[in-house]
Write a protein that binds this ligand. Structure first.
Ligand SMILES: [Zn+2]
Length: 409
């Protein structure tokens, strides 16, 4: 059995056998669109990139006429254990779908994400599926199922009583979509999750206490500060869900690495974000999808939720806040990750700025210094698309090749 396994491993990695020279029409290097470049891959790394890179003896040459080569894209905000709410409501996914069903579906969602060109994804909470993301990540890393390199947070951490599902007999314990904690227990929850395999920590700084209520701050400043400090001490970055100016401000002051949504952010809070260097994941695609599930056909004027997202995004950009590319996938279909990229362009970013967000900006925000650019020594995580996404961002949907660690998927 052991001998057979070794043979299989040897034959399953053809990319290790010979260097490969990729010759596309253009290369997005993580910062700008280059023409006349070639990229040489050997083993799991990029070994050379630029104009006039020669193929070493025995190298395989891959001609990619008309195509654009990019660093493997990085999805900044996904939930592989959720599927679109117009298929099954969030409450029903959390309460009625068995863990094995959710995990089986997550493996399919992981493959769809990878084949859409996203070789890395930050999964921001299993939403009631416990620690199954840690196992899914291991299955991907061991080559059992295909998928992106994952950054997982296990269960998001919410203030006691603040999250859902809600609406049952008061006092009865109902399974929740995240881990509840208060006081010193918030930092303890972060530490337990890190011990169980969390690569990063997700906290909710605000939420709506009941249906129809606006979002209100949940964790106190002290709770956020101690939990984020505990995560940072452990070398983990922290994503904080925050929509309200008060929740955002507390998260920013506490040292959150990324703020998720920020949909009610005002000029003052975005100015503070710019000063402190926190990155915003505006998740425009989630609000857009939810509005459509409620009957919006995309015509103007947009419903209030969509308008709020757009206005906050405009203010964040005006303040010079760094923008993460992350759509809150799972609210809408896995594999349709480009939807966020298209909405970022529709709301004012240039296609090249959006390509930077999905590569260099996300890599930096998540502490991934081995990817996000095309440069010697970095991981050979690459995607080839037909056309020029630097001119028309929709070209990122025309994926013709995905390479992860030097291996064509
Ligand atoms: Zn989310």
């Amino acid at each position: 059995m052991r001998i057979l396994m070794i043979l299989l491993l040897a034959t399953a990695a053809p990319a290790l056998a010979e260097p490969t020279l990729l010759k596309p029409a253009r290369v997005f290097d993580g910062e700008v669109m280059q023409t006349g470049w070639q990229v040489l891959v050997d083993g799991d790394r990029i070994v050379a990139a630029g104009a006039g890179v020669a193929a070493p003896a025995g190298a395989k040459i891959v001609e990619l006429p008309g195509a654009t080569l990019l660093p493997g894209l990085i999805e900044g905000h996904t939930h592989l254990f959720l599927h679109p709410y117009n298929e099954t409501k969030w409450d029903d996914q959390v309460l009625h779908e068995p863990l094995a069903l959710r995990t089986a579906r997550a493996t399919v969602s992981a493959r769809k994400t990878l084949m859409a060109g996203f070789t890395t994804a930050r999964d921001l909470g299993t939403e009631g599926a416990g620690y199954a993301d840690v196992g899914l990540k291991a299955a991907i890393d061991q080559g059992i199922v295909p998928g992106p390199r994952l950054i997982v947070v296990t269960r998001a951490i919410v203030a006691t009583g603040a999250y859902g599902p809600k609406g049952f007999e008061p006092g009865i314990a109902i399974p929740q979509g995240a881990e509840e904690a208060s006081g010193e227990g918030v930092a303890a929850a972060a530490r337990r999750q890190i011990a169980a395999g969390a690569d990063a920590v997700k906290l909710y700084a605000d939420y709506h206490w009941g249906p129809g209520e606006p979002s209100r701050p949940t964790f106190s400043q002290a709770e956020l500060t101690s939990a984020i400090a505990a995560a940072h001490d452990a070398g983990r970055r922290v994503a904080v869900h925050a929509s309200t100016p008060v929740g955002m401000r507390r998260a920013i002051v506490a040292g959150a690495d990324t703020i998720e949504h920020g949909s009610e952010g005002d000029a003052a809070v975005f100015k503070l974000m710019r000063e402190r260097g926190n990155v915003l994941c505006p998740t425009l695609a989630a609000g857009d999808a939810i509005a459509r599930y409620r009957g919006w056909n995309g015509a103007e004027p947009a419903p209030p939720g969509v308008k709020d997202d757009r206005e906050a995004f405009r203010l964040a950009r005006a303040a010079g806040v760094a923008i993460c590319m992350g759509g809150d996938v799972g609210v809408f279909s896995h594999g349709d990750n480009a939807r966020e990229m298209e909405l970022l362009v529709a709301n004012g970013m240039s296609p090249v700025e959006v390509l930077r967000a999905a590569t260099t900006v996300n890599a930096r925000a998540f502490g991934l210094d081995d990817r996000g650019r095309i440069a010697p020594g970095l991981l050979a995580d690459l995607v080839v698309v037909s056309g020029d996404p630097g001119r028309d961002i929709a070209a990122v949907r025309q994926v013709t090749m995905v390479m992860k660690g030097g291996i064509v998927q």
